[in-house]
Design a protein around this ligand. Structure first.
Ligand code: ADP
Length: 214
């Protein structure tokens, strides 16, 4: 598997560098009977993609990384902030009825519950709301605070966490979404600044297959 499709010329350059590196751009151009200027874009692509490394006054050398190793490196470096969505929150005083309406209106599967200081206090999933709807009590009279999953049992992440770690949490905990939080003040709770769901992870996969990640 390769993160990018290489042209014949790029494959040829790779072979030359693999065999003769470190080698200057000038020398590669000579071997291919091309000018240095013609090769410049190819060398830039091969360097940016991680196949080659360039050292000033030494030249190009082969990094020895295969396409799939480079893809792995790329995936491991993606952070939450590169793929997060905006969060949808409800107040802890809201009713289950209101939360269901918000879920439909905002078209999300997970709601985050905050208190009057905008501090994260809970999570509501579709099934939490369905479960509450099975009872006989009127949904307008049940506050979300009694059915939500509450702190400190909420799985959270930060914007500079690696997205692959968050993907692992989604699988391990068998949940659909994780709030991206920021600590307001040490020990005084978290503010919700985003969300990562299985959909974000799916779009990351699509971008990777289209080679849209630098
Ligand atoms: P659903 O219940 O609709 O399938 P989930 O799998 O996301 O959706 O939720 C399963 C349970 O886990 C629910 O009770 C929900 O409140 C809880 N939950 C969802 N997200 C989190 C989270 N980030 N941290 C802790 N618990 C969560």
């Amino acid at each position: 598997m390769r993160p990018i499709e290489l042209t014949n010329r790029q494959e040829h350059i790779l072979a030359i560098v693999k065999e003769n590196g470190p080698i200057t751009g000038e020398q590669i151009a000579e071997r291919l009977s091309l000018t240095r200027a013609t090769l410049r874009p190819d060398l830039a692509i091969l360097t940016m993609a991680g196949f080659l490394d360039a050292r000033p006054r030494v030249g190009y050398f082969y990094t020895g990384k295969t396409g799939s190793q480079l893809l792995t490196d790329k995936v491991r470096n993606i952070q939450v902030q590169d793929y997060q969505s905006r969060p949808v929150v409800v107040q802890d005083s809201s009713s289950v009825y209101d939360a269901i309406c918000t879920m439909f209106l905002e078209d999300v599967g997970t709601l985050f519950v905050v208190d009057k200081h905008s501090t994260l206090v809970g999570v509501l999933s579709r099934k939490d709301l369905l479960r509450a709807s099975l009872g006989k009590q009127s949904l307008e009279t049940i506050p979300v605070s009694i059915i939500m999953t509450r702190m400190p049992n909420i799985t959270i992440c930060k914007k500079d966490d690696f997205i692959i770690e968050v993907a692992k949490k989604l699988i391990d905990k068998q949940i659909d979404g994780i709030p991206v939080v920021r600590e307001v003040e040490r020990g005084s709770g978290f503010e919700v600044v985003g969300r990562v769901t299985k959909t974000n992870i799916t779009s990351l996969l699509v971008d990777l297959s289209n080679d849209e990640i630098i």
